[in-house]
Design a protein around this ligand. Sequence first.
Ligand code: ATP
Ligand code: MG
Length: 467
Amino acid sequence: MFKGFTRFLQRPGERLKTLLGSQEGPGESASPRIIAREDHPVSRKLFSDAALKVLYRLHNAGFDAYLVGGCIRDSLLGRVPKDFDVATDATPEQIRDLFRNSRIIGRRFRIVHVRFGREVIEVTTFRGRPGDDHGEHIAHQSEQGLLLRDNVWGSIGEDALRRDFTVNALYYNIADFSIHDWANGVHDIESRTLRLIGDPETRYREDPVRMLRAIRFAAKLDFRFDPKTEAPLRDMAPLLLQIPPARLFDEALKLFLAGHAVDTFHALREYGLFAMLFPEADEAMAQLPWAEPLIEQALANTDARIREERPVTPAFLFAAMLWPGVTQRMAALQNEGMPAIPALQAASQQAVTRQLQHISIPKRFSLPMRDIWDLQQRLPKRRGARALQTRDHPRFRAAYDFLLLREQAGEIEPGLGQWWTAFQQADEHEQHRLLAKAGSEAPGNSGRKRRPRKRNRRPSSTSGQRD
Ligand code: ATP
Ligand code: MG
């Protein structure tokens, strides 16, 4: 398919001028290798109309305009680009003036979002070296080397070397459709190598999220790590604790909702990064035999749904990640004599509070997550009208899937899930039979003994709320 491209890659005798003068392999170049249109397979047909519009308008206004990052990397790999990032020498204000449908966002890293219906094109001004003072725009670094702001404008060459991985420093020039390769990214694409640009320790220190990006790209692209990119990961993992929880929420979604969640999860654990994101889940996995299978299965289900283009909700994912910790806390509270229902409420609250110190979970996801947990206590109770009320709960489907997961992982005895499967498929007559059976057997009560109830049961007609 990429005959021309392969020919280009195999063209003998071509070597890059390397900035670092390294003998061992590819490094970053002071000037790019320019790959002419006829020597690469990346066609404008792969790009969205919106991306092309942005490129042409910048170009026609006299600015440089390039597509950069994932869209070029993925196109070269024969994948359909997911989104389009534009890099230009226009400042954010100049970009905003060119596009009515745009706004400047971000403080740490100011960029412009240009909106076309549901599609957003991210337009970024070339970044310079943080030490250089280019006037009003500043870069700011903490004593530990963390880049707190990165808004110094620079040349395209400087911009390229500020990017994270070599394969992400490929620029497609709308002026002549050539690709500019600043860091030998094409070579690394061909050898499927993920390599940070520059000194890995410095680059991770500047932005520890690059460690998560490394894991994400390696899993998504099925690339191996360059050894120097891999080596510092384990030791530097705790730097992730410096990252604001809101940013880690965004990263967590990219990690687990990209269709490679299981591989990503294993790699995160291997390098000690998972514990920085979900510390309680990490601890629980060492203590509860079912915790790891539960999380793994939740991630496998997520991957399968993404493959089938079915919707996935972060609420379900977070419900699974936090559940082992919730059950541990709940058991501790029950041991102190707290009844099951308030114990679950309190345990949920505590687990969420701890998690929020690492990854913020917006209410629109944390509320459904807690509904999924609450319903785990309602699913076993099927007498009278209860089964029908539970079935009609807006979060029933997610809670039922979660119950199946718990059974599969071996947290609870199987049986209840099957009953609910049958109940949902049954006609009215069959449902009555199942309800009667449930009333007489009361199986699957979370594996716990029923305690005699002290309160009188409310009549079912008024028990519209949770019990
Ligand atoms: P995808 O969009 O497929 O997840 P991407 O490579 O396009 O992958 P984005 O997050 O969209 O990733 O970022 C666009 C580009 O911006 C990257 O390719 C990279 O060049 C640069 N970039 C993004 N985040 C960082 C970072 N933390 N440090 C350095 N460069 C970054
Ligand atoms: Mg992108």
